[in-house]
Ligand binder design. Structure first.
Ligand SMILES: C[S@@+](CC[C@H](N)C(=O)[O-])C[C@H]1O[C@@H](n2cnc3c(N)ncnc32)[C@H](O)[C@@H]1O
Length: 443
């Protein structure tokens, strides 16, 4: 940076122009900005940028530059001041980047606002009333669902603007074949309203206030401190993915497990929540004995009720127990579905399992799909998972003893470390889907 005072601005400009002309191809300065003080117009500052300090020195050593410095001295009131300025911050707001960031923010604002409408639409059966894919007016839809036409009309407008229902040229609305699957087929792995219910339940305002306190004071936030709607939502959100892959893909990828279960083996499903995974295994392997454990008693009550309702109560047991103290066994298979990372002491839980496996028995960990490196996880799926993990999984683990807080995007390496600490000699990625990584652990 050069700071100088002159009453001969034109003369200085000519000197600079001449220097630019004669140093063409030699100078190392790549950008110069000159400004003058509004309140003292004879006072100038010039910032000359160089690729590096060494290049700046090379530029100063040019004979033309030395000559310029002498001429400048004569054209100025006193000797110019030269400062070797090291750049510590250099920020330019890029208009294009700004526009695309704001576009993303706008999309997200819409997503936040659409979430409760999605839950309402599902609960009131508005989507299912459109499941035939035929065009319908807001008047017909309100009549079909026993709702107020004006409210339904606005709901339809919001869904059409989201791309979640289709607006026909005659002003009626319908679901395309894809929208029909995603918004009405409750057993499809593509079914979306359950996800909106889950993420809305994670972010309920009561939860947010408790979570905020946990951020400040530490100590996490226990699973049981969430609003009751969270527990069935989690079960609903995961169950279709398990139904699609568990019996046909994940269990067959494990060493000898299917044979054992077909021949009356035993399964412990740890952290089973409301028990969908336990019941799916009980249904697929009628001879097997399946027990679901969870430390959250209200979830176990719901699991028992669901087993009763689906006629599986005689073949499946549900018990309230923690991951490091569940009983029974020995088991041929011990499973953890999307829950090891929620536990305060995953090493303690896996050590407990090791002692409760039959000879050749297997622990199956179903964990959310994630790379080890955060930089590889910066995409929409991980974004949703990190958000849920920030609100539920990490605080739940922190609220328990040890508080390892693996997080829902722990990745394979950190999961392998936990298994090794628990004494498992064998750890293998047995299967994977876009949503999950499936690990096989054996002693
Ligand atoms: C994200 S939910 C998954 C539930 C179920 N496995 C599923 O896939 O739907 C995590 C579950 O882990 C349970 N959990 C957390 N810590 C536990 C612990 N230390 N012992 C037993 N269960 C635990 C919670 O109660 C919750 O049901």
């Amino acid at each position: 940076m050069i700071e100088y005072e002159t009453t001969e601005e034109d003369r200085v400009d000519r000197l600079m122009d001449e220097w630019l002309r004669i140093t063409e191809g030699k100078r190392t300065a790549h950008h110069a900005t000159t400004g003058k003080d509004r309140d003292k117009p004879s006072h100038f500052m010039q910032i000359v940028e160089f690729p590096s300090y060494e290049e700046a020195m090379r530029n100063s050593d040019l004979p033309e530059t030395r000559h310029l410095a002498e001429e400048l001295r004569e054209a100025c009131v006193e000797a110019p001041r030269f400062v070797n300025l090291e750049v510590t911050r250099d920020e330019v707001v890029d208009e294009n980047a700004m526009e695309s960031l704001m576009g993303k923010v706008l999309t997200d604002l819409g997503a936040v606002a659409i979430a409760p409408l999605m839950v309402i639409g599902e609960r009131l059966g508005i989507f299912t009333a459109m499941a035939d894919g035929a065009p319908v007016s807001s008047i017909e839809l309100a009549a079909r669902t026993g709702t107020q036409e004006r409210n339904v009309r606005e709901w339809l407008a919001a869904m059409a603007a989201s791309g979640y229902v289709t607006l026909d040229p005659d002003g009626r609305f319908r679901l395309s074949p894809e929208q029909t699957v995603v918004f009405t087929q409750q057993d499809s792995p593509y079914y979306a309203p359950s996800g909106f219910q889950l993420f809305s339940a994670c972010a309920a305002h009561e939860t947010r206030d408790k979570l905020e306190q946990a951020f400040v004071k530490g100590g996490g936030m226990g699973w049981e401190q969430h609003i009751p709607e969270l527990f069935p939502s989690v079960g609903r959100f995961f169950r279709n993915g398990y139904a699609a892959f568990l019996v046909d893909m994940w269990l067959p990828s494990l060493n000898g497990v299917v044979d054992r279960l077909n021949n009356g083996g035993s399964v412990a499903d740890v952290g089973c929540g409301i028990g969908w995974s336990t019941m799916q295994m009980a249904r697929a392997f009628p001879k097997a004995h399946c027990v679901g454990f969870d430390y959250h008693a209200p979830s176990i009550d719901q699991a028992k009720a669901a087993a009763e309702q689906s006629g599986l109560a005689a073949r499946v047991d549900f018990r309230t127990a923690g991951s490091a103290d569940f009983g029974g066994g020995p088991y041929d298979l011990i499973t953890f579905f999307d829950c090891l990372h929620d536990m305060g002491d995953p090493v303690g839980a896996l050590s407990h399992c090791r002692a409760r496996l039959t000879d050749g028995g297997v622990v199956m960990l179903v964990e959310p799909n994630a790379a080890d490196d955060l930089a590889e996880n910066l995409h929409p799926l991980s974004r949703a998972m990190y958000a849920a993990s920030s609100m539920v999984c990490v605080p739940a683990s922190q609220a328990q003893e040890v508080g390892r807080a693996l997080g829902a995007q722990a990745g394979e390496e950190r999961t392998r470390e936990v298994a090794a600490e628990a004494g498992f000699a064998h750890f293998r990625r047995a299967s994977e889907t876009p949503f999950n990584l499936i690990y096989e652990l054996m002693s």
